[in-house]
Ligand binder design. Structure first.
Ligand code: DGJ
Length: 745
């Protein structure tokens, strides 16, 4: 609910358990009042009365005025700290006052309140255009607050879209040049957030290739801390989300936690500022690194969204709000799989670049026999791609690999009852390719400088419309000709030497180009699903998830490493987006040998996939795979559609326990993975969550053996019985079902 008091010009944004408020002061400046948890007993429309003018930042007191928490902070106005926007104007549209001198360019922007409106059809920048529905489509209120510069012909609309049931406010800016000269923006965040003083404990993720999503928790320093990407994809090194709370005042299941995530996959930055006053500000949006946004006369720019919120039930509550929001409002509903994601087979680790019709068809037959539903051929099927030094850019089926064409394999995959998927890396080119030989000018580079290769490849210049058109035609033909139901869309290098025909705009235009390609493909082929991959987990964020169905979280499939990676991923992203493969006993990256049960128990925590070489497995092993897949299909509605609780985290107890529970409490899945267990010690037994107190539950293992029976009350107090044989590498997945259950209990 959005409420405005015209007397004191106070805005109250009321959500399920949180509020957000600001007030326009006597200098026409919207000033932040507060953001946080509402009192427990507050009724839906309880709010700040708006009868008080809450705070005044008196201009003569310049040291105070600098800290004024403007809803939109601009360079040139009073602050000398971080800003939301910084703009340059080529001239002054009004005559100079006597005694003034013109300093060019004019680097100030002052935005003052003009008015507001509440609408229900607003969209942030780069919103999906594919036309596929989302899980929930009920209209949402957006508050649009219009600010204008009294001197320069420039305006900004500050937008707040409310999803009250998840305590989420999406923030973005709509900027417009109202003048006759080009205006340039040197800093453009999507929003700046003001958090209560002392909110200094930051949770985020850090990592690198094969070690993505490592959870990090630390105190903010005085000054500024930054997480960012300086490339045209989201990054392996960090991910655009954060949790912040007062130290010691929040934990997994309790306390007030602020959170935010950018819906953007390009060069982004989130900076956390602790001012000398201990005020906490968070600025999120385009990375100012090499940033330049030119608005020509009359041009508008709408930024993507900064998704923000408050949890009153800890880090777990923040995650659950983001999961539900992503499932209901961001993910497209796949036409092929509207309810849950299929079990996938991917041939990468089985055959790498040694593809042949024979080995793929053999894999497909075995995959179908063990219960796989979607068969994806990875890298190496096209052009001269017999290794990673050639062929990228030539998206034509290789005669060397498939002498009778790919149709033969596709027909067999379909006959076996599976859908067919293909790996592509459309943004790239190997210099050893027909495409590069024809169009060496189509890559990002600076003229007369070397073009540095990474994995032997260069990035196509998505500033060129003809490049995007060319890629669209090729991908469109692939989908049509080979009845492709699934693209694994990869991206395997960082952008360096980002010279483009559109100059610095390439940072934004690359991402916009990728989104537009995906949106157009999905619009034309509603049966096509897409998985985002960037050398593992390099392109995962709420922007790409608006046009993809699932993501590849890491190339590291070692069950131990993966437990931690998946835990960090789960902070923000839901299990139904997390593709996770069971690969070989002897892991190809870490060289560690792990039992099959552990590999399945970890992979079943998301969207189960198989990446092991089935051609090398015995009949008995294939039977075991089949039995796990059958079990997974039973529990996947709970894993992919349930609510997630992290009951125990690896770094605290050496054990990771997650529970998924259907919203009505009728079914749950309990997943335990022990990393380390010292003999003679016991880990605590966590109570389960979200069950019906009075219902009777049966707890079964993968073979359907009942191993426990208890009431919801017992499970939510004592938890599940420990087993004596728990040791490092031990794991189990249990299905918990109500035998007597009433939705009215
Ligand atoms: C990187 C991906 O993460 C892998 O799964 C695989 O698809 C390779 N690229 C193929 O080149």
């Amino acid at each position: 609910m959005i409420h405005f008091n015209p007397q004191t010009r106070t805005f109250n944004l009321l959500l399920h358990t949180s509020y957000y408020a600001f007030q326009v002061d006597d200098q026409e400046q919207p000033v932040h009042l507060g953001w946080g948890v509402r009192p427990d007993a507050a009724a839906a429309d309880d709010r700040l009365s708006g009868e008080t003018v809450y705070e005044q930042y008196d201009p003569p007191w310049s040291f105070i005025t600098q800290f004024r928490p403007d809803e939109l902070l601009t360079f040139g106005d009073v602050t000398s700290y971080g800003v939301t926007l910084k703009a340059s104007f080529p001239t002054l549209p009004q005559p100079l006052a006597a005694g003034e001198h013109l300093h060019l360019p004019i680097r100030d922007l002052r935005l003052r309140y003009v008015g507001y409106e509440v609408v229900t059809d607003a969209q942030p920048g780069l919103a999906p255009t594919h036309g596929l529905p989302t899980g929930v489509s009920s209209p949402r209120e957006t508050l649009r607050v219009l600010l204008r510069d009294p001197v320069q012909p420039f305006q900004a609309i500050v937008c707040y879209r409310l999803t009250p049931e998840h305590d989420i406010i999406e923030r973005w800016l709509e900027l417009e040049n109202l003048g006759r000269e080009t205006v340039t923006l040197d800093v453009c965040h999507f929003a700046s957030l003001h958090l209560p003083n002392g909110t200094t404990e930051l949770t985020y993720v850090a990592g690198t290739w094969a070690r993505e999503f490592m959870t990090a928790r630390q105190r903010l320093p005085m000054g500024t801390q930054v997480i960012e990407s300086r490339s045209v994809q989201t990054s392996h090194n960090s991910n655009p989300f954060f949790f912040l709370n007062q130290p010691g005042q929040a934990w997994e299941e309790g306390g007030t936690v602020y959170f935010g995530a950018l819906a953007y996959s390009g060069s982004w930055r989130i900076s956390f500022e602790q001012l000398p006053t201990w005020d906490i500000r968070v600025h999120g949006g385009y990375n100012p690194f090499d940033f330049h946004l030119a608005l020509t006369p009359g041009e508008r720019h709408i930024t993507p969204a900064f998704v923000t919120g408050v949890s009153n039930d800890g880090w777990g509550g923040a995650s659950r709000r983001l999961h539900a929001f992503t499932q209901e409002r961001i993910l497209p509903v796949s036409a092929a799989y509207p309810s849950w994601r299929p079990v996938l087979y991917n041939s990468w680790e089985a055959t790498y670049f040694n593809l042949s019709y024979e080995n793929q068809v053999a894999l497909a037959r075995k995959a179908a026999a063990i219960g796989v539903e979607l068969f994806c051929v990875d890298d190496g099927w096209f052009g001269g791609r017999r290794h990673d030094r050639a062929g990228l850019g030539d998206w034509v089926v290789s005669q060397d690999v498939f002498p009778n064409g790919l149709e033969q394999l596709v027909a067999e995959v379909h006959r076996l009852g599976m859908k067919f998927g293909l790996w592509v890396e459309p943004e790239m080119v190997n210099p050893d390719s027909d495409l590069y030989r024809q169009h060496p000018e189509w890559v990002l580079h600076f003229p007369s400088r070397p073009r540095t290769e990474s994995r032997n490849q260069l990035i196509l210049d998505f500033g060129r419309e003809e490049v995007i058109a060319y890629i669209f035609t090729l991908l469109d033909e692939l989908v049509t000709r080979y009845a492709v139901s699934f693209f694994k869309w990869d991206m395997n290098r960082l952008a360096t030497e980002p010279g483009s025909v559109v100059g610095q705009a390439i940072w934004r235009q690359h991402t916009a180009g990728v989104y537009s390609l995906m949106d157009r493909l999905r619009q034309k082929h509603p049966g096509l699903d897409i998985q985002s991959c960037s050398g593992g987990g390099g392109r995962i964020d709420l922007g790409i998830l608006g046009r993809t169905d699932q993501v590849w979280v890491s190339d590291n499939t070692d069950a131990f490493d993966r437990t931690r990676i998946q835990e960090g991923f789960s902070l923000t992203y839901p299990a139904r987006t997390m593709e996770a493969w069971v690969t070989h006993e002897h892991n190809h990256i870490t060289q560690r040998v792990t039992p099959l049960a552990l590999r399945f128990d970890v992979a079943m925590r998301g969207v189960l996939g198989i990446g092991a070489s089935l051609n090398e497995l015995s009949e008995a092993e294939l039977q075991q795979y089949a039995s796990y897949i059958t079990f997974y299909k039973q529990i996947r509605p709970v894993i992919q559609g349930g609510i997630l609780y992290r009951l125990q985290r690896v770094e605290e107890w050496g054990a990771s326990i997650v529970q998924y529970v259907l919203p009505d409490g009728s079914q749950a899945v309990y997943s335990l993975v022990i990393h380390q267990h010292q003999v003679g010690s016991y880990r605590p037994n966590p109570p389960l969550r979200g069950l019906q107190l009075k219902a009777n539950y049966t707890v079964t293992d993968r073979r359907g053996h009942e191993i426990h029976r208890a009431t919801g009350y017992e499970l939510m107090t004592l938890g599940l019985p420990r087993e004596l044989g728990e040791f490092g590498g031990y794991s189990r997945t249990l299905h918990i079902r109500a035998v007597t259950f009433s939705s009215s209990l």
